[in-house]
Design a protein around this ligand. Structure first.
Ligand code: T46
Length: 161
């Protein structure tokens, strides 16, 4: 049964975000994929329809060797969708109380990572490419790059306000 039948997509995402935080899991979504036997596949994400925010920035990380770990930070407000468009990358999401691990190895899947999540990205294969859709322009002041500081903010309920 679909509880959300007829409900606008942006509202569904808002509900999903609230519940996912309460229940302590992140939202992972499977994209729509158009396939044709001879031409391959095409994947698309539409702001507010397929992902719970309108993105202002796109960036990608490439030329990274297997075993390299990037990230090790959280964001005060930024929301992002992470897609491994080539290869395999393990993403660890830590909300200050528990950690979740996801292997992104399918270009048709995106991992939604909201604010207040300490993330690390471990390259499982040479030259894997991580594509990111971000809700805001780049702003270094939105980063928390010190884990003790992150835990302090979690404990004081910074993301529950
Ligand atoms: C994130 C993960 C998934 C910019 O000048 N503009 C940008 O839009 C970005 C994303 C980065 N930068 C600069 C900041 C640093 O001097 O590029 C340099 C490398 O960034 P950083 O070390 O933060 O890269 P990652 O791979 O550790 O993290 C990035 C994003 O920064 C971060 O928001 O969630 O990818």
């Amino acid at each position: 049964m679909c509880l959300f039948y007829g409900v606008p997509q942006s509202f569904k995402w808002r509900v999903l975000k609230v519940f996912s935080r309460r229940l302590g899991f992140k939202c992972e979504l499977k994209t729509k994929k158009a396939e044709s036997p001879d031409l391959g596949s095409l994947v698309f994400f539409e702001a507010d329809r397929d992902i719970p925010f309108a993105f202002k920035r796109v960036y990608y990380t490439y030329g990274v060797k297997e075993g390299v770990i990037r990230g090790r930070h959280a964001h005060k407000a930024l929301e992002q969708l992470l897609i491994c468009v080539y290869g395999a990358i393990e993403i660890t999401c830590d909300d200050g109380e528990k950690k979740e691990y996801s292997v992104l190895n399918d270009p048709s899947r995106g991992l939604y990572v909201g604010k207040g999540i300490w993330r690390t990205m471990k390259w499982l294969k040479d030259d894997s490419v991580l594509l990111v859709l971000a809700s805001e322009y780049y702003d270094e002041s939105d980063y928390i790059r010190d884990y003790d500081e992150f835990i302090r903010l979690v404990k004081e309920g910074y993301w529950k306000r």
